[in-house]
Design a protein around this ligand. Structure first.
Ligand code: UD1
Ligand code: UDP
Length: 366
């Protein structure tokens, strides 16, 4: 009897997509029930934004790289749709998996839907309720196109039910619990490399469109950094978007002149989470980093006015300040958050649960 393996395709493109795919790839390939193909849209292309994570998580080279690169959202998504259609029709998958909320996520979902393929959305149901954020629209569109929706939190599940999405919804917990656990075992020499002692520095990242797209917002960020410089050591692994925009707007030299601010290139995952774990505080506008700071028990100041990771705000482990220096300073002066945290992101079995649900769906077995 010839058993045909079911074919699953993962579509990734940006740094967080690749990180989220890692445990799913490992579980898919360890079942021997499925063939797994990876399509990289090429949204992120610098070594430190993409390939470094394939190496670190032992992921195979993508079967296809669409090399779409940077551009406006319409250009990026349009290119992705055109190129994805050809590759998807050629591979003829049983299920297409997309991850998170980037342009690669939504393009993957639209392309798969238009080719009549089933779609699974990993990290579905998150909402910031801010429709000016590109990520919010990507989430909503992807969720409403998906057949299997794996939500990381109870709130996300509720959001999906309230919106009456047509696919099947499941609360599987969040992948970051197991990704963090595995990566912490690997260890990192990043503290030595940058001569940092635990809890002696603030870790900062900024890249969101809403914070970096206007000169005024970039100036406000510069104001925060300059004001913190006198009293705090800041480690700032800089996203290429932010670096390019600071340079283009003539603001980079001002930051480089700050004595206590160390700008470093983007880091690999183990190094980066080691920096989160050992920071006194994290200042960020990232989605994933708010959650990782919570899991690693480092208080987080989020330079946004809303968050899709609403549970992290409980007990003030995470606070929303926008890009307002006075509010940031007020938070930095507060004593450490209370010690207890709830395990709101599940117990670290998310990838197992997701693969089981996919197996049930595709193979109709337990
Ligand atoms: C994207 C996601 C965002 C996610 C982030 C993760 C969307 C709409 N946004 O934002 O949700 O938080 O990834 O990091 O999908 N660039 C490089 N090299 C690279 C990649 C980007 O120089 O390898 C520069 C280019 O100037 C580019 C800019 O960064 O124009 C923005 O890149 P893009 O992929 O469009 O969005 P991100 O800001 O990375
Ligand atoms: N990250 C990393 N190196 C860095 C910065 C971030 O490995 O220098 C990881 C981070 O731990 C998180 C992921 O990249 O898991 C996504 O973070 P990013 O802020 O790029 O995207 P977001 O979560 O906001 O979409």
């Amino acid at each position: 009897m010839v058993i045909t393996m079911k074919k699953i395709i993962s579509i990734v493109g940006a740094r967080p997509n690749i990180i989220k795919m890692a445990p799913i790839h490992n579980k898919i390939t360890s079942t021997s029930k499925f063939d797994h193909f990876i399509i990289h849209t090429g949204q992120h292309y610098d070594y430190k934004m993409s390939e470094i994570f394939f190496k670190e998580f032992n992921l195979p080279t993508p079967n296809h790289n669409l090399n779409v690169g940077s551009g406006t959202a319409n250009h990026q998504i349009g290119q992705m749709l055109q190129k994805l259609e050809k590759v998807l029709l050629n591979l003829n998958p049983d299920l297409v998996l997309v991850y998170g909320d980037t342009n690669s996520t939504v393009a993957g979902a639209i392309a798969a839907n238009k080719c009549n393929y089933k779609i699974g959305h990993v990290e579905s149901g998150l909402r910031s309720f801010d429709r000016t954020m590109p990520e919010e629209i990507n989430r909503i569109l992807t969720d409403h196109l998906s057949d299997l929706l794996f939500s990381p939190t109870k709130t996300a599940l509720k959001n999906l039910k309230r919106e009456s999405v047509s696919g099947q919804v499941f609360n599987t917990g969040d992948l970051s619990v197991e990704i963090l656990n595995e990566s912490l075992k690997i260890g990192s020499s990043v503290l030595n490399e940058y001569r940092l002692s635990p809890k002696s520095y603030i870790l900062m990242t900024i890249h969101r469109a809403e914070n970096t797209n206007s000169f005024d917002n970039l100036k406000s960020i510069l104001n925060i950094i300059k004001n913190l410089d006198s009293a705090h050591k800041i480690i700032f692994p800089i996203h290429p978007r932010t670096e390019n925009l600071l340079k283009k707007n003539g603001l980079m030299n001002s930051i480089l002149s700050c004595k206590n601010v160390k700008i470093i290139p983007p880091l690999g995952y183990s190094d980066f989470i080691t920096l989160i774990k050992n920071a006194s505080k994290v200042i960020t506008d990232s989605g994933g980093i708010q959650k990782e700071a919570y899991l690693l028990k480092t208080p987080c100041i989020t330079l946004r006015t809303n968050t899709e990771w609403i549970e992290t705000l409980e007990d003030e482990w995470n606070v929303l300040t926008g890009i307002n220096y006075e509010l940031v300073l007020k938070e930095l002066k507060k004593p450490k958050s209370p010690l207890k945290r709830k395990s709101i992101f599940g117990s670290g079995t998310t990838s197992i649960q997701i693969i089981k649900l996919i197996s049930n769906y595709l193979l109709d077995v337990g």
